[in-house]
Write a protein that binds this ligand. Sequence first.
Ligand code: TTP
Ligand code: MG
Length: 616
Amino acid sequence: MSNGYVEPRRNATDQVTKNSDMRITSMLALAGMAALRRDDSRVIIHFDYDCFYASVLEAENPALKSLPLAVQQKQIVVTCNYEARRRGLRKLQLIREARQICPDVVIVLGEDLTKFRNASKILYDFLKGFLWTQRAERLGFDEVFLDATDMIDYNMALLNPYDLAHSFFFLDKQDPTNGFQFDATKFCGPTYPESAGIPLSDNTRIEESQRTLTLRLILGSHLAHYIRSRLDNECGYTATVGISTSKLLAKLVGNTHKPNNQTALIPPYGLSAISREEGNIHRFIDDHEVGKIPGIGFKSAHKLRTYILHREAKFKPYTERDDKDQVKVRNVRLSSTMGPSKLLDILGGPGTPRDIGFRTWELLNGVDNSEVREARAVPKQISIEDSYMGVENFWDVKKQLHLLSTSLIQRMRTDLIDGNQGTDGEDLRWMAHPRTLRLSTRRRSSKNADGSRDYCFTNGRTSRSAPLPNFIFNLAESAEVVAEKLVNDCLVSMFRKLYPDKSFGELSLINVAVTNMVESAGVEKQSSGRDIGKMLKQQRSDAASKSEKGTENFHQDFLAQDESFLNNHSGARVDETTWEESDEEEVLSTQVCDVCGSHIPLFAFSAHALYHRVPD
Ligand code: TTP
Ligand code: MG
């Protein structure tokens, strides 16, 4: 034992007999375990596209594929392709450093997110197209969960148990020729833990329930491989994929082999009734640092570290964690008296979900029964924002309002219009009409005497809403022209009402949103009805003709990453919202920067910190 850590428990039974302290620990842990219910009936596949922004640029210009390519936002490499990684570049590096390490690196500006957002939607539609249900959930731009349970159920029932090696996977119930052949005696691709083979026919070594689960996951691994191949061949994108029975496990296990690969988490999942060996879920999840578990947010991970290390960890959001500051899941899970109520003591407080103790306990035990949410045809709201070091005068505000409104209108045209934006003379139709326009701003916190700014944990936005004028739906004018009218006719007066005394200090954020979405009659909730091939083609030609513009902040497109993963799953605080929809959700999934007051998605905190450190 060191640093106050409790040594990992390898075998619960042995441990109970060793000393009385640990007996109590184990009994309480088991009491917590008893309340845990893990649903292993599903098969969930998680996709994370490889070096996503770089891949989008490569799809647009294939010549970039063989070159080291970095994507720049502010002064930071937000991602780079694997050729660049082979040469020592990495995500979240300063552009300056990247150039030193690899002088011939090709750097492309990636601040206009339009092409990344569009590619993300096209790929999402492509992946969703394989499913029989709409259980396809997008997380950020480059992650998708597919719930393939019903396809696996159907194919399990049709397997020939006497000849598993020559199986056929049916992709369509109506068309028995649509599918692929596969060998159901083994997993496709790597597994965790690594396995030479699964003794499916040896009943003495494997329980029946484990045998069925293994077979289901084998089918899932072949389906995942098939979809990955089609994604690569037809869309030109590779992905890193995880296969398991929950979103949490599928997402985490995928990281085991990257890029362009897949990993299945293989049974036994729980404690084996026959061998008494610890299951693979604990074995797998125990090795993760607590901050790496989706659903355990930045603040919660910090509190858990402080509790386990028995020392007040300084709140340093921008610094890399040293090894000695790392706390693994096993250190928390097996620490004395740990369980849901202890976790509630540690993590609870104003603003936290009531069930945070239980939900965190579930996550630490690899339990996540949250559903893969169904696809929606249109978002609930669209909001565009940017953060600033400080906007001080009215003319700059007006300029920013125009930039943001232009992006907003372009985004509305992409997301809310059915048809292919007028190509091939198609009819264009608004699938939904937002009814409300909202303007939100946030002031930068004032300077202390020493020049520093106080850390602000609150949202601090002030907002004003008004009815959305009808001219915003006018497609005869360009987005820039409509935006100008929106600024002059509506946003300027909304801004003046927000700050009637004319002094607004320094603004650190401006957000323009359309909300209160009313779907048009006949919009099919379940289907986008878009032609993927055509959209990819369209996207390439759009990308080729468009110039870089604007500085739309990426952060609102990366919602639901961390803390909100937990909140969404518990259903306690966020209802019916998806990754791109709600500012309230942003507040849950982001951290406020103490320098400029912006809300930054937790995963992008380091990038944002680098941005502040770089001299202008
Ligand atoms: P990631 O999935 O973290 O990275 P990636 O897909 O580029 O690389 P990997 O192969 O390791 O999965 O993020 C997805 C995209 O999000 C990434 O291409 C660029 C963007 N991004 C930001 O804009 N800001 C950030 O701070 C990070 C980390 C990513
Ligand atoms: Mg990725």
